[in-house]
Write a protein that binds this ligand. Structure first.
Ligand code: SAM
Length: 249
């Protein structure tokens, strides 16, 4: 039987394709792409001509069984997305899950991924972090999600679209607080790569002042909440303890 290869592609700088990715794309029988027109341009640039078919969030479930059939017949198939690592805020999860369930070999290649790049360049703690992907697009749901995350002590990583960045920063000021450290990583690996860092309010200020900061592709890296001292954790227990202290000699 053949293998499904998960192949990361560059997030901006074409030099970031790996040698192994090139070999897999050259040697496979077909390439499943999120957007065949978009990926066609990349393949053309790489000098690779190959059968391509679309696998995106709207047809993934139905396509998966056809892909598995081909894999079982011996074809090697590569999955790519528009940019970066497939399955990371991109299609592919259903296919990989079904391949594993069917006993088909899945080989995932390491490579470009926007959040790993942003996190490693941002200068905020990396020992523990949580990847939150995109916040909900609807304001009410976005604020609710931020409220749920306000006490998270790990570094928080978000993807954001340029159309929503101003609103999201405003919501972070109101739900998380103006002073929390934030790094906005924009256009990574591209000509206008920029890191803005400071408090949430400071980053917001710079984004409002300079509309160029509301363009391109964005990763937000938000510092986690301060670790609470043990005695702050349970207010009821503290109250009891203080009452007892008063009574004790
Ligand atoms: N699978 C991709 C990956 O591995 O990073 C992510 C796909 S997701 C649909 C697209 C989002 O990734 C963008 O909205 C942005 O938040 C982030 N992104 C992708 N490329 C980027 C870049 N060059 N600079 C900053 N963020 C980027």
């Amino acid at each position: 039987a053949g293998s499904l290869f998960i192949v990361p592609t560059p997030i901006g700088n074409l030099g970031d394709i790996t040698e192994r990715a090139l070999n897999v794309l050259r040697d496979c029988d077909a390439i499943a792409a999120e957007d065949t027109r978009h990926s066609g341009q990349l393949l053309q640039h790489l000098g690779i001509r190959k059968e391509m078919f679309a696998l995106h969030e709207h047809n993934e479930r139905q396509r998966a069984s056809q892909v598995i059939e081909r894999l079982q017949q011996g074809d090697n198939i590569a999955l790519i997305s528009d940019a970066g690592t497939p399955l990371i805020s991109d299609p592919g999860y259903v296919l990989v899950q079904q391949c594993r369930a069917a006993g088909v070999t899945v080989t995932a290649l390491p490579g470009a991924c926007a959040f790993v790049t942003a996190l490693s360049g941002a200068g905020l703690p990396t020992d523990r972090f949580t990847f939150e992907g995109f916040l909900p697009a609807k304001p009410q749901q976005r604020r609710k999600r931020l409220q749920e995350l306000v006490s998270e002590t790990r570094t928080l990583v978000f993807y954001e679209s340029p159309h929503r960045i101003a609103d999201t920063l405003a919501d972070m000021v109101s739900e998380i607080g103006a002073d929390r450290p934030l790094v906005m990583a924009r256009e990574l690996t591209k000509q206008f790569e920029t890191y803005l860092s400071g408090s949430i309010a400071e980053v917001q200020q710079r984004v409002i002042e300079d509309s160029n900061q509301q363009r391109g592709e964005i990763v937000l890296i938000l510092g986690g909440a301060e670790e609470q001292a043990a005695e702050d954790v349970n207010p009821a227990a503290m109250k009891t303890l203080n009452l007892l202290r008063k009574e004790l000699p």
